[in-house]
Design a protein around this ligand. Sequence first.
Ligand SMILES: [Zn+2]
Length: 518
Amino acid sequence: MLARIRSAAVLGIDAYLVDVETDITNGLPSFATVGLPQGAVKEGRERVNAAIANSDFLFPLKRVTVNLAPADIKKDGSAFDLPIALGILAATGQLDGPGGRENGRGTLEEYIVVGELGLEGDLRPVRGALSVAVEAKRAGLRGVIVPEANLAEAGVVRNIETLGARTLGDVAAFFAEGRALARAHVDPAVLFEGARDAGVDFAEVRGQEQAKRALEVAAAGSHNVLMIGPPGSGKTMLARRLPTVLPEMTLEEALETTKVHSVAGMLPAGASLVTHRPFRAPHHTISDAGLIGGGSYPRPGEVSLAHGGVLFLDELPEFRKNVLEVLRQPLEDGSVTIARAATSLCYPARFMLAAAMNPCPCGYYGDANRSCTCGALGVERYLARISGPLLDRIDIHVEVPAVPYRELAAERSGEPSEAMRARVNRARERQLERFAGRPGLYANAHMGPRELRRSCHPTAAADAVLKTALTRLQLSARAYHRVLKIARTIADLAGAARIAPAHVAEAVQYRTLDRSRV
Ligand SMILES: [Zn+2]
């Protein structure tokens, strides 16, 4: 007897259909899996065997051959346990029964089935359930059957049947007797409603008005930002609140970010869409594989987990040089490619980079109250640890000084994130209008030299301010373009069509490192 169950494997963040064919013939009892199964799939044989026996079914004492097609792509992960077990039950006639046809339910061929089995026959959550549901819809299938813990996640996909099961027995009863399975009740609108409260808010930050303003400008133009200040000045506190002033996620963004988190196994059981912009803050001891992804069973790295949100690198000069090097591709392309022996994987990685550093190794260079012990050479060496190409991709530098005690003790709270976000949203709308019809370009930070010439028109007075600043600070042509870009964002925040002197003057402030190198 031959049975065919539809399942899916995840490559990158997308799933593709895999047919699980089970053939049972007379002969010495054996159980073989073919079609490039990897470690976890091979081990699955033991789980399938025990789960079938412990669910009051019979494991056949015959030759069992399971083929995963297409055979040329490696399959790993435990999600094939359930379809393999179902295939064995179907091929041995243990799913024969009235089925669901009479009461309008689907047949084996109409669903993608995924799930890891426990030895007792219980179903455990799998990675990538959302991607699997998206694939079921794309393939025109009736629906998906997933472990119940994945139901909220898979249920985000509309107009297909999303069913959740707790045990192998549940799924068998669904196909054999037409017994009902749990259905997803997910309304993305409700999920986004709950996304308003991020748990942190800029209102909690006292003082640091200049840094808050710089972060608002960064958020408005999607500019990468570097904060420079002594320990304890609140750089991490500021960075953590950056996602709260970014525009709310669109459904499309939320779907993509959720896929990444699901594939990485970072989505908590029972979770649905990721509707908050992520904030990732890896420690400076992270490896390059941890940062961009990889490993023997490839998983997305921090740059992909930050997709749609903020990647925060505290103590930037402490990161290893080769680790910072690998940031260049995602910063440029918004994605990372991980080369494998047989194939290469691509993960999305479009994030805003927020970095922080002390002004010198001891942290007190330029401090009014404490003296720095590093010496000029020590400071220079410290700054030189950040490579030029990385620094080139950071538009905004801002100094975050120690907050005087009287400001910290003040009763009044700062401006709330919501008010800042409203201004950011309006500035982003202006940019979307400006870049309409130019694919891949949706914020000022992504402007190349051509767009700069086309979109950034300073008034004559602003041009004069710019020229003076250039000469006095000896800014390079590159720095000039950056100042113009930031000035464009500041003008957008102000609702101005042309760049005025005040916008240029503020933009020059955000090139601290260019200025200090004079
Ligand atoms: Zn120092």
